[in-house]
Write a protein that binds this ligand. Sequence first.
Ligand code: CTP
Length: 432
Amino acid sequence: MPACVVMSDNTDLLVNYFTMSYLSGKNILLGITGSIAAYKSAELVRHLREAGASVRVVMTAGAAEFITPLTLQALSGHPVSSDLLDPAAEAAMGHIELARWADAVLVAPATANFIARRVHGRGDDLLTAVCLACEAPQAVAPAMNQSMWEDPATTHNVATLQERGIRVIGPAVGSQACGDSGPGRLLEPEVLVRHLENLFTTGILAGCRVLVTAGPTREPLDPVRYLGNRSSGKMGFAVAAAAVEAGAEVTLIAGPVALSTPQRVKRIDVVTAREMQVAVLDGVKGTDIFIAAAAVADYRPRDVSGCKLKKSAGKLTLELERNPDILAMVAGREKAPFTVGFAAETESVELNAQQKLQAKSIDMIAANQVGENLGFEADDNALQVFWDGGSVQLERARKTRLARQLVELVAERYHHKHDNDTVIKLHAKDPA
Ligand code: CTP
């Protein structure tokens, strides 16, 4: 068996994953290739959906000899794609769109032929083209005869995929359809699901406590009216979910939004900026990283009427007063956590972001241009992230993917700062 085989067929791993799955809300692209083990893919789709994932299936021509697209369409709830050059299918969801849609790609079963074509960067059918175009994490679950698995060409190809960051899940050892016994069996669907979950857990913030604010705040004017803004909370919720996947313990303080709580996140709902301030100051002690994604109202009506205001013939003038700047308060604390702010701008994005970075004394700021279906209320965003001495452009992508990239960056800068602080403290103690 090649040294690169990493997974075991261990059903003990299956602890409660249906209720706690990291796959909940994820888009999984399942590739199926031409192996007798393709019959297990039906069960795999069912398990993925029970874990809360949306599943789209792409089959090779060989796979369709073993299991019908109709079966997989019925189980996944979506038409199955297989033809790269079918204009109708490309018009519905083409290979680039499928690649962008996917949060992860799992090819199961993956034949020796598919693995070889993947290694060589072939894009001559829909599945290989989608894999080539996809930037999301990818995994293959090999299934083949044991001699094919142990062939040096396959061993080399599998090792190459792993070097490129493609996860290889399995194969299991046991009796095979051809009568042989040895390595080459597709892992059982439940086990594949469990390993697929691991694609989403990086551990880069393991042991860290992260506090995130998200959504708008509403500043009441009378019992039925308020001042608010168009923030949907999607970015902050995605950041909270990404921080959990990074291994952090996450508390999310949310303004009024219509979003469900990400798995494993402790959520505290608030309405006004001052309620958000109280919740943040309550929760910030012991926090390692504070990420302020909320669009906090800078002002609130000075007088809140106890009864509904009635219109009159003349103009109405509202007097507003400043709300506390929650992010600046946290950054100004004596033992401040690593602080990350957001800046949604309509113009001079970089200049405004740099000014906010300085003015609030924060460690990092993620700025975005509002408009063109980006930012507020949209599913997509693009971010320019700045810190003292550096910046990175995160290209337009769905907020869930962008949030993962942002959390990676936050983790990197946080650990950098932490390590430097430790070195400075050690030097301060050094009598020499
Ligand atoms: N923020 C905050 N408390 C406030 C206002 C903003 O914590 N009262 C945080 C936001 O969560 C965000 C960042 O500060 O991370 C935005 O900075 P800010 O300068 O307040 O942005 P805008 O409100 O857009 O400022 P301006 O209207 O001046 O552009």
